[in-house]
Design a protein around this ligand. Structure first.
Ligand code: NAD
Ligand code: ZN
Length: 355
């Protein structure tokens, strides 16, 4: 699969990953290599990666605990301290091997340690391959506020080796797939149509679909790096999706949803709202709902919970001057940004999902 150049960072796929990292190591005079992993990527991904490295440079492994709960400045302090104790200098290289938590946090650690050292991202979840790998967002959470602290910066290289997906749990696969479905809905019908038989997708099909998804995200980020227009479309399904995700996370009676599982519900709601307000065909909304519900199942959200979820919309960080802005669709690939939506339509959308 062809490599993709995004800004001054190249994204390599499968075999090319290892020739390019080995070339990078040869061409740059790195003093030491640090590899950041969590306990899962340490076990499942690191051995394969190390085996492919051809270098005499000393390698140190730094492991942090997995999970969003650890995507904090405290974890960064731990990694900065370890780097310091192990004599990392400005010519050191940090390689982040893991999901979005590791690549976001590791990217931030690298950008800030000694005012910035070189780093390479190796995304190992489907979500981090198709979403976190492009766009240069790095950072950590501040208490309950997601991604509040961070910088925009690009790694030297991104290496997407889809073999890593073999050990990824099914629910994490489904969560990442949600972002790919979103890429189809917001950008092009041809790509969207490839997802009509979700349960029949093989890992081999996935390879080309992942490449295409990365191209779509790269295009969006290239056209609108500062999120003034087109990049906002990546937020499709996320306005209500984030509120649902937070509601389920903070409510002890609910089983928390993975990000993509909440976004799938948000996308069904956004399709319904699009039908009501901007003429997205009802047949499409219905077929999207049945495709998503067949594959992801239906999550129970009672009428009595709608208002608590809608209350959370106020905290969406993409709000502007107190307005809650939705991305809607007039058709597949035909988006409309900055749409205001009345509460009554949102309630109808929840009822449609439940029906
Ligand atoms: P994650 O990093 O928490 O990984 C999910 C789980 O899978 C973890 O337990 C991890 O240890 C495990 N894992 C990772 N690779 C594995 C493998 N190959 N085999 C087995 N287990 C494996 O979650 P995620 O969904 O990858 O990323 C979510 C994070 O990404 C969030 O913090 C989000 O804010 C961030 N994100 C960033 C961007 C961006 O543009 N920078 C975009 C989207 C999401
Ligand atoms: Zn998302």
């Amino acid at each position: 699969m062809e490599s993709i150049v995004a800004n001054n960072c190249t994204i390599h796929f499968n075999n090319t990953c290892y020739s390019s990292i080995n070339k990078h190591l040869k061409e740059n005079n790195f003093s030491k290599i640090f590899i950041l992993v969590d306990e899962n990527t340490h076990q499942y991904c690191l051995p394969r990666f190390i085996e492919k490295l051809e270098t005499n440079i000393a390698i140190e492994i730094i492991e942090i605990e997995s999970g969003e709960i650890n995507k904090t400045i405290e974890t960064c302090v731990g990694v900065w301290n370890t780097l310091s104790e192990l004599n990392a200098d400005r010519k050191s290289l940090l390689i982040n091997i893991g999901g979005g938590v590791i690549t976001d946090l590791g990217g931030f650690v690298a950008c800030t340690f000694k005012r910035g050292i070189a780093y390479v991202n190796v995304p190992t979840t489907l979500l981090s391959m198709v979403d976190a790998s492009v766009g240069g967002k790095t950072g950590v959470d501040l208490g309950h506020l997601k991604n509040q602290i961070g910088v925009i910066s690009n790694p030297d290289l991104v290496l997407i080796d889809t073999q890593f997906l073999h050990t990824l749990p099914q629910n994490q696969m489904r969560s990442g797939l949600a972002e790919m479905l979103k890429h189809g809905l917001i950008s092009n019908e041809g790509y969207w149509n490839k997802f009509q038989e979700l349960s029949n997708l093989t890992l081999k099909d996935l390879d080309t679909l992942i490449h295409e998804s990365v191209m779509i995200k790269k295009h969006v980020v290239d056209v609108d790096p500062f999120e003034n227009g087109l990049r906002k479309t990546l937020n499709f399904g996320h306005t209500l999706g984030h509120a649902i995700e937070s509601y389920f996370l903070s409510n002890p009676n609910k089983t928390p949803l993975l990000h993509g599982e909440a976004i799938v519900i948000g996308m069904i709601l956004a399709c319904y709202i699009s039908t009501e307000l901007v003429g997205f065909p009802m047949e499409l909304t219905s077929s999207i709902k049945s495709l998503f519900v067949d594959y992801y199942g239906k999550v129970s959200i009672e009428e009595s919970e709608y208002s608590a979820i809608m209350e959370l919309l106020k905290y969406d960080k993409k709000n502007n001057h107190g307005n809650i802005n939705f991305v809607l669709l007039e058709g597949i690939g035909k988006h409309k940004i900055d749409c205001l939506v009345d509460d009554a339509v949102i309630i109808d959308a929840f009822k449609f999902y439940a029906s």
